[in-house]
Design a binder for this molecule. Structure first.
Ligand code: SAM
Length: 257
């Protein structure tokens, strides 16, 4: 897959540690290996370093490895893959496709991902303005992240597919029960994407015992971490080990003919 200049949208080509286009816009490859294509006037920064470190520590323990395996089984080595909002590359690095691009807006995530994984080109960019050509990707993946619907449709080949991983109804229920007086089930909605058709939904789940030192890291990965009081968060510190349900939905979309 070709990478496009974020300024003039012509193709970028690489010479040593610099990517440049025919209009002489150039972008340095960072020492860790990622390419910074984020426009300077962009205010958004993605997840902060504390969130990234917590997620990295938690994922490295292997609690979500069954999800990674299941998604990898849906891929083909010969296909091109774009992982949108890929974080620190826990999933991207593992995927078997030969031509892989991982994109995220967090600099700390891109540093970690590109330092550890040389099988993927990592781009610091918003997923809502992708530096990629129309109809260039066989597979696009989004795992627990914002969904850039129009860009996904634009970059997918006509026979390409989009894989979306999202939490199922009981995902993390026991964690919520440990923190909140009235834990609630997740609401699951089918995401509609213009031009794409949902063709399959795979539900996978596993219960795992999460160790004391991993509970706060897991909680930091959730969207409710920032809206929970310190008192409630502190309840997790009293728990030695907690058996938690990890329940995921893997939605597969195809371009509608
Ligand atoms: C919950 S994390 C999921 C990361 C990864 N997919 C995973 O499951 O490990 C969401 C990610 O989306 C990224 N993100 C949020 N908004 C973004 C945007 N507009 N463009 C690119 N990345 C974005 C964050 O930096 C963060 O890494």
């Amino acid at each position: 897959m070709d990478i496009l200049c974020p300024v003039c949208h012509s193709k970028l080509s690489r010479t040593q540690n610099v990517y440049s286009c025919q209009n002489r816009h150039s972008f340095d490859i960072a020492k860790e290996g990622y390419l910074n294509l984020n426009m300077r006037n962009s205010q958004k920064t993605g997840d902060n370093p504390d969130m990234i470190r917590a997620r990295k520590r938690f994922l490295e323990k292997g609690y979500y490895s069954f999800l990674r395996e299941e998604v990898n089984d849906l891929l083909d080595e010969k296909e091109s893959l774009v992982d949108l909002a890929c974080g620190e590359g826990y999933y991207t690095s593992y995927f078997k496709c030969q031509d892989k691009i991982g994109i995220d807006l967090s600099k700390s995530a891109m540093k970690i991902a590109s330092k550890a994984d040389k099988s993927t080109r990592y781009l610091l960019s918003s997923i809502f303005r992708l530096p990629l050509e129309d109809k260039s990707a066989d597979k696009v993946i989004t795992i627990f992240a914002p969904i850039a619907k129009q860009e996904i449709f634009r970059i997918l080949k006509d026979d390409g597919s989009f894989i979306l991983v999202k939490p199922d109804v009981r995902h993390l229920f026991e964690l919520k029960a440990a923190v909140y007086e009235k834990p609630y089930l997740n609401e699951v909605e089918n995401i509609e994407i213009e031009g794409l058709k949902l063709v399959n939904e795979i539900a996978i789940s596993q219960k795992e015992k999460v160790a004391k030192e991993d509970l706060m890291d897991l909680f930091m990965m959730t969207p409710y971490y920032n809206t929970t009081s310190q008192n409630d968060k502190d309840k997790l510190k009293e728990i030695e080990e907690l058996e938690i349900s990890f329940c995921f939905l893997i939605d597969i979309y195809q371009k509608a003919a």
